[in-house]
Every structure is written in C-alpha cells, then in structure tokens.
Design a binder for this molecule. Sequence first.
Ligand SMILES: Cc1cc2nc3c(=O)[nH]c(=O)nc-3n(C[C@H](O)[C@H](O)[C@H](O)COP(=O)(O)OP(=O)(O)OC[C@H]3O[C@@H](n4cnc5c(N)ncnc54)[C@H](O)[C@@H]3O)c2cc1C
Length: 425
Amino acid sequence: MDTVEHLVIGAGVTGLTFADWVDSDDTLVCEALPEIGGYCRTIHKEGFTWDFSGHFFHFKHPDIEKYLVDRMDDQVVRTIVKQSQVHYKGNLVDFPFQKNIHQLPHEEFLECLVDLFEKEDREPDNFRDMLYVKFGRGIAEKFLIPYNEKLYATDLAQLDVDAMGRFFPYANVEDIVRNFRKADNQSYNSTFTYPEGGAIQYVQAIAKGVRPEQIALNERVLSIDLERKVARTNTREIQYKTIVSTTPFGKLLQMANVPHDPAVYTYNKVLVFNLGFDRKGPEGLHWIYYPDRDLCFYRLGFYDNIFGTDRMSMYVELGYPADAPINAEIVEERKAQVLLDLKKAGIVTDHQLVADHSVLLDPAYVHITQQSLQDVEAKKALLKEHDVYSIGRYGSWTYCSIEDNIVEARALADMLGASPTEDSP
Ligand SMILES: Cc1cc2nc3c(=O)[nH]c(=O)nc-3n(C[C@H](O)[C@H](O)[C@H](O)COP(=O)(O)OP(=O)(O)OC[C@H]3O[C@@H](n4cnc5c(N)ncnc54)[C@H](O)[C@@H]3O)c2cc1C
C-alpha cells in the first residue's frame, strides 16, 4: 500500500496552496478531474477567454498577491476599478442599490427613504429579516430580497443573519444619505485584478511550488477509514498521517462514515453561460445585477470591458435549488431563454452569437444557517481527532474569496509544521 504524510483531496486553489506551503515533500494531492484548478479553471474558445463565471481577484494581503504574480513570468495582470450597476425596471442604478436609492424615480426614492427611517429597531432573526430590519421595506422588497432569492434559490428566512459575512454591502442611514451628495460605493472588491490568461493563471502560479508527481489527476478519493488511516481511491489504497480535504463538507462526512444529517448541508447550484458575440455591447461596465423576476439570470458580466476588446464577451449566471434537474436538454432550453432575456434587457440587439460554453457549479453558494455553523464546527473537531482537516470554500462550508482560501490553507500548513520556502515573502 502507498503511504504519504499528507493526503490532500482536491487540486483547487485551497488544496494546491496547502501542498505548496507545507514543509513536507511527502504530500500527495488527489484530484478527481483530469486537470487542476477546481472552480478557478479557464476556457479559451474562438479568441474568447472565460472562467467558471466571473472569478476576479481582490487581495487584502499584498504579500500574497506579490508571491503569486512573481511566479507568473510574462503574464499581464490587469488592475480594474470596478463599475457595477443594478438593472431596475429598465434603468441602471449604481451598485450597491441601498446607497443609490436617490437614482430611482422620485416616488420610489421617497418610498425607500421613508421606509429606511421607519425600519424597526430590533435584532433580526434571519437573513431575510435582517434585510428588512437594516434597510426598511422599500429597499428590501425592490432589490435585496428578489435579487438574493434569485441567487440563493431558497427562502431567505432559512439563512443565518450573517450568511454573506463581509461580502454583504452593509450601509447605515448616514452612509446612505451622505451618498446622495457624494458617491462612495466602495466595497471589498472595488478594485480587482485579472490576468490576461484568465483565473487559471493564479492556480498555475500556486502549482509551481508543487512537483507534478505530487498531483494525481483522475484520482477520486472514495472513502476514508478513520481508524486505520487509509483512504481508498478509484485506483488504490493510501495510508496517510493526515488528510487535508477540500471536497464539500457533507461529502467528506459521507466518505468518512461520520453520522450526520444531510439536510443541514443545503446549497444552490449556479448554471453559467459564457457567451461571445461578433461585436461590442455596453461599454465600461463590468457586471450588472438583475432583481427582475421575469428575467432568468441574476447577474451578468463583461470580460471585454476588462480586457478592452471589441467583441462582447459575457458570463451569465442563473441560480437553482440543489435538487433542480439540469441535463443537456435543459441547458439548451435555458440558453435559448438567456438569449431572449438578454434582448429583453437591452444587452443584445442585432449581435450574432459566435461562441458559447456552459458549466454547472454544483455546489455554488452554500446555505449558511445556525445549524450548519454549529454542525461544521462540531464535526470538524471530531475529524481533527483523527487528523482529518477540512478547509476551503466547500470544505469549510462557507462564503469566502480565493484569497481567504489561500490564507486558510497556509495557516493549516503552518500549523502542521511548515517552514517558509526560499521564495516565500
Ligand atoms: C459563482 C461563483 C463566483 C465566484 N467568484 C469569485 C470571485 O470573483 N473571486 C473570488 O475570490 N472567489 C470567487 N468565488 C469563490 C471561489 O470559486 C472559491 O473560493 C475557490 O474556487 C474555492 O477553491 P477550493 O480549492 O476550496 O475548492 P474547489 O475550487 O471546489 O476545488 C476543489 C477540488 O477538489 C476536487 N475534488 C472534490 N472531491 C474530490 C474527491 N473526492 N477526490 C478528489 N478530488 C476531489 C474537485 O474536483 C476540485 O478540483 C466564486 C464562487 C462562485 C460559486
């Protein structure tokens, strides 16, 4: 039987970062798919560069950004000041909606403003309730609720108050009123970076620190025997000292035979269409949010306005419940609906579609609830007693950015005994 010190499940950003950072040559990354990258993979088609929906990079740690860019050789990484808007009843309003209600028609502006001042002064019970308590009925019902219902594809009352963490654009009454005069729409991703070769460039930069023979492609971990410390894959059994898993947390519990309630781990799926057209669309904008219930997508974005190219190149995102059946026939039907809705929304006029691609992100956004938070914490503690660590967006069953994944994976590598390598910052 093969033996390794650290067995990593998944060659996405998180798993590769761990393998790059840990101070052990005896690390093996098993990746179920034939290629590395997880959700940060890139597609090149007919001169268009697309990801698995927009995957843009925002760094709070300049040392991490430098570490990655220094490994990219001659790759050009663009730095972009974000321009994003909300499509509301046929017009565009600056994002975040809640800070730009003064751009609404007069009556609707007054409605939002009065409701903002008349909102209840109490602690919210859940995510949906939080939207009413923090912003009042007008803002909640015109944008925040319909938009997030389309995205999460669930009853928002099921979600924890803080389900989106730092990614939710909070604003108090003073911020909102001040914004009427002097726009300040800063958010965590006000400036983002994006390599000309797509998101995969960052993954390849991380993977430079991992020897090719340390990555086993097409090797899916199927089960884990916690007592014997043996993992079974589709090709062999592997004796390990520790496991670092990035597979979705519920799946890990299943693989390791840990009794749990699968109903705790709910999530949505996102169907992404990447579309390339023969000529330019709207200029200057990077993405648009769509709360309208009669348009099938909740958000779309423009790669051509990031790259400065002259053919409209878009990603379009549609949210579904986890149990929605999505097969090839449904994908074709949805594509036809997307093209119709793009016309309805005024994005496509007489453009010709010249290339397209679709991918289903399953899971995409996990449903963070009080129950999921408590269960993840308790089950992670139990797994740790068996030297199994679960990290990453799906391994930690959370809402986070790629940089958060890097920080989390490095911290675990440090804890398990890393000493920085020569080219570490
Ligand atoms: C719609 C959407 C948009 C996003 N946009 C952004 C953005 O703009 N900026 C940003 O910072 N973040 C963004 N994110 C988040 C980002 O995608 C994730 O944080 C990041 O990709 C997670 O990396 P990971 O390695 O933890 O997981 P993954 O990318 O899911 O990688 C896990 C890997 O494990 C493999 N695997 C799973 N199970 C097994 C098994 N049993 N055996 C072997 N291999 C296995 C999978 O095949 C996969 O390759 C977005 C996410 C979504 C859903």
